[in-house]
Design a protein around this ligand. Structure first.
Ligand code: NAD
Length: 306
């Protein structure tokens, strides 16, 4: 049994913390949102009044926050976790950030942790809320070999596939490449589904044809954006997230920034990023990212295809 502080108990962090409780760990959590705290208490965790209080006695500290800004705020700013832990003395806890953030923020926070004498990993995940609930997430991890080995029991409690991607920041590098693929993929799938509907195809039958064929994808078989095809998909709950369109827009922008910095040609990534941004601009940032299917269906072909 390990004492774990878990900060950020949203769509992903909530079920991840619950799986750590199920694995027998003592989890103390903090989130700005009272509903998230209530869910942790219902899952058997302990609720803290603030992030610093969650750290008391923690041997492992995990964050699962929206973006780089929140991760920098929580770990670095005055009263930030590294400061609080540095003043605490005693055995140094293991630090894990599982949020999807820019490589630069991951390195800045990781460096600050290292300078204060802590072992830290960037360990973003893939697998969606379903994977978080089932404990089948994929962890892509950046950091030192020994720290990766030390974190194994906690990753195992929340995930199924755990890959050491490389040194600090490489977990985030892998994650933004994964999400750029997913973001493009979801737009491509949406285009084909809208076309299929307009050609008169039954989408359930199309799913049955494509699922074992060369057009197959996770977006189709686990997360189909058209309602009535895959029961567990957000499309069947009026696109309640899931993975919010605003977060996908953030990840697509992170990928674009990295592509810009490395001179990488990513024309489809650029286009798909603009579509998720348009979904957000239309007021649907909190809907699931598969809502891009609905957005696309309302567009005029001549505005998008030149
Ligand atoms: P979310 O918005 O549901 O959860 C984030 C939580 O952080 C919220 O509950 C919010 O209240 C809390 N928070 C924000 N600032 C805080 C602070 N200063 N102190 C304490 N709590 C704070 O988002 P999510 O879907 O759980 O995503 C979390 C991260 O995981 C993001 O980086 C996202 O890109 C990534 N991710 C999400 C999915 C998914 O399918 N939802 C999949 C893989 C990765």
């Amino acid at each position: 049994m390990t004492a774990i502080a878990f900060i950020g108990l949203g769509n992903m962090g909530g079920p991840m913390a619950a799986n750590l409780v199920k694995a027998g760990h003592r989890v103390t959590g903090y989130d700005l949102n009272a509903e998230a705290l209530a869910a942790l208490a219902a899952a058997g965790g302990t609720v803290a009044a603030n992030a610093a209080e969650a750290l008391v006695g923690a041997e492992v500290v995990i964050t699962m926050l929206p973006a780089g800004q929140q991760v920098r705020d929580v770990w670095l700013h005055q009263g930030g976790l590294i400061d609080v832990l540095g003043k605490r003395g005693g055995a140094k806890p293991l630090l894990l950030d599982c949020s999807t953030i820019d490589v630069e923020s991951a390195r800045v926070v990781g460096d600050a942790a290292g300078q204060a004498g802590f072992d830290m990993l960037d360990a973003p995940v893939s697998g969606g809320v379903g994977g978080a609930v089932a404990g089948t997430l994929t962890f892509m991890v950046g950091g030192a070999d020994a720290t990766f080995a030390r974190a194994q029991p906690y990753f195992q409690a929340m995930g199924r596939t755990i890959v050491h991607a490389g040194g600090p920041g490489m977990g985030q590098a892998a994650k933004i490449c994964n999400n750029m693929m997913l973001g493009i993929n979801m737009v491509g799938l949406s285009e084909a589904l809208i076309l299929a509907e307009r050609l008169g195809l039954d989408l359930k039958k199309l799913h049955d044809i494509v699922a074992p064929s060369s057009g197959q994808s996770w977006a189709l078989t686990s997360y189909c954006p058209a309602p009535g095809v895959v029961p567990a998909a957000p499309a069947n709950r009026d696109y309640a997230a899931g993975f919010m369109a605003g977060l996908m827009a953030k990840d697509m922008k992170l990928a674009q920034a990295a592509a810009e910095a490395t001179g990488t040609p990513t024309p489809l990534g650029t286009l798909a990023a603009s579509y998720y941004q348009a979904v957000c601009d239309a007021g649907s940032a909190r809907k699931d990212f598969s809502f891009v299917y609905r957005w696309l269906a309302e567009q005029d072909r001549k505005d998008l295809v030149k």
